[in-house]
Every structure is written in C-alpha cells, then in structure tokens.
Design a protein around this ligand. Structure first.
Ligand code: ADP
Length: 250
C-alpha cells in the first residue's frame, strides 16, 4: 500500500533520514519505534506531505506521490491525525467532528469555515456521521462539551474520530498513547483494533508505549539514525540486540 524508497532528508548539513526504505502492506497495523532522534517524525512528515524529501520516493497504492501536496494525499485516503487545533478548543466535540467533512482540504479554521458553509446542504448527513462516530468512540455523552475541556485520552479519541469523518484508508498516528491514562488507553487500543478489523483501515503508528506496540502492531519497524534497523514481529524486534543498543545510545 505504501512504499518508501531510499528516502533522504537533509536539514542543512544534518541528515535526519538516511536512505530509508520500507513497505507497508494493506490491512496491517505497522508500528514505528526507535530512540529519540531516529527520524520517525521526519519520515511521517514526508509520508503525509508536510515535508518534501531531499531525495528518494514515496509510493502510495502504486502511484508516486513524492511531490504531491498533503491535501491531495488526504483526498486519496492518506490521513494523518493532528492535535485538535487550538482554535477548535472552544467548539463542541460534535462541531469538531462536523468540521471534517470528507472533502476537507486543510486544518486552518478559515478553510474549515468556508468548507462548513459549503457543506451546509449535506449538514444532516455529516451530523449523522458525527453522531455515529461518537457512539463508536463511546463519547456521545460529551457531544456538547467544549473540546478544550476533554481529558488527554478523550482528546486522542476525538482525534481518531476526526479521521473517521474522512474516507481514510491509511492512517498515520503519531504517539496516540502520549498523555493518556491507563483506562482510556485500553479503550483507544480497542477502537484502533476495531477500525482495523471491521473497517479495513491500515495504520502506521509511532509509539513509545511498548505495551501498545505489542498488542496492536505487526510488523514492528525499529528505526535508528534515519533508517530501518530491524523489522519483524514484536518478539523478533524486541530480542534483537541492535535494538537494545540503539536505545541505550539514545
Ligand atoms: P524522532 O521522531 O525519531 O524522535 P525526528 O524525526 O523528530 O526523530 O528527528 C530526527 C533528527 O532530525 C533529530 O536529530 C532532529 O533534531 C532533526 N530534525 C528534525 N526536524 C528538523 C528540522 N526542521 N531542522 C533541523 N533538524 C531537524
């Protein structure tokens, strides 16, 4: 579904991604781990189209998308979750979901407002989908709550919900477990697993929480120094001495 081929990203004289190549099969939940500074976020930014690489290629469903703008990727179902923008904290949970119709172009409030006006005609349909999403996430009781009042874990669920308002096929999750309490973490894992199993989403997730990686991800890819160090199932990656060494050198 996704192929990254010999990707290089230089920042000035510093090489953050160094001839990185990997493949993501459709229908998997691929875990991306590695010590701080390994290049995971930079790689995500390149896959999402927020950064363009110095050299190398990204192919998505057979198409070379290396130079494609992020909104065009979004239309193709390649979606990255973002933190809820600051301006959206004053909006309700339901409004946050309704601000992400499938045609959404960007994340700016301005763009969304026009989009909002433009989709007024299909508002009922969007609202129905938003309520379904809230039921799925077990957040219906918070529909009218301001997003800014949610806990860290509830915000993560809402971020996941925002991708469900799109026609996502490949979803990039950047540290979904960060700042989430144990109870909501289990719920978040369960929802990701259900979206994968029942709705056919493919996920790539960057995560430091090894319990989440072990539960959800196969394969697991460990990056270090800008490239893939070890790849395989969790047990294989965990037992590779090079992985431990990379973390110790952090
Ligand atoms: P990870 O997500 O694995 O922690 P990053 O992709 O964030 O790693 O960073 C990889 C390396 O690239 C780090 O050393 C980081 O300091 C550097 N880096 C990331 N973004 C930039 C940037 N915009 N300018 C300069 N260096 C950067």
């Amino acid at each position: 579904m996704l192929e990254v081929d010999s990707l290089v990203m230089d920042f000035g004289g510093f090489r953050a991604v160094d001839r990185c190549s990997l493949k993501v099969e459709e229908g998997t939940i691929t875990g991306l781990i590695g010590p701080n500074g390994a290049g995971k976020t930079t790689l995500f930014n390149i896959i999402a189209g927020a950064l363009f690489p110095t050299s190398g290629h990204v192919r998505y469903r057979g198409e070379d998308i290396t130079g494609l703008a992020s909104d065009r990727r979004f239309h193709k179902g390649l979606v990255r979750t973002f933190q809820i923008p600051h301006e959206f904290h004053r909006l309700t949970v339901l409004e946050n979901l309704m601000m992400v119709p499938p045609q959404q172009a960007g994340e700016s409030l301005f763009a969304n407002w026009f989009q909002w006006r433009r989709v007024k005609g299909v508002e009922a349909q969007t609202e129905r989908r938003a309520h379904e999403t809230l039921r799925f996430l077990e957040l219906s009781h918070l529909a009218q709550e301001r997003a800014g009042n949610l806990s860290g874990g509830q915000k993560k669920l809402l971020e996941l919900g925002r991708t469900m308002m799109t026609d996502a096929k490949l979803v990039l999750l950047d540290e979904p477990a960060a700042g989430v309490n144990r109870t909501l973490l289990r719920k978040l894992e369960e929802k990701i697993a259900t979206l994968h199993r029942e709705r056919g989403y493919t996920f790539i997730l960057i995560e430091h929480d090894m319990e989440m990686i072990e539960k959800l991800c196969d394969p697991v890819i460990c990056m270090a120094e800008g490239r893939v160090l070890v790849e395989g199932d969790f047990a294989h990656v965990r037992s590779d001495p090079r992985v431990l060494e990379a973390y110790l050198g952090e």
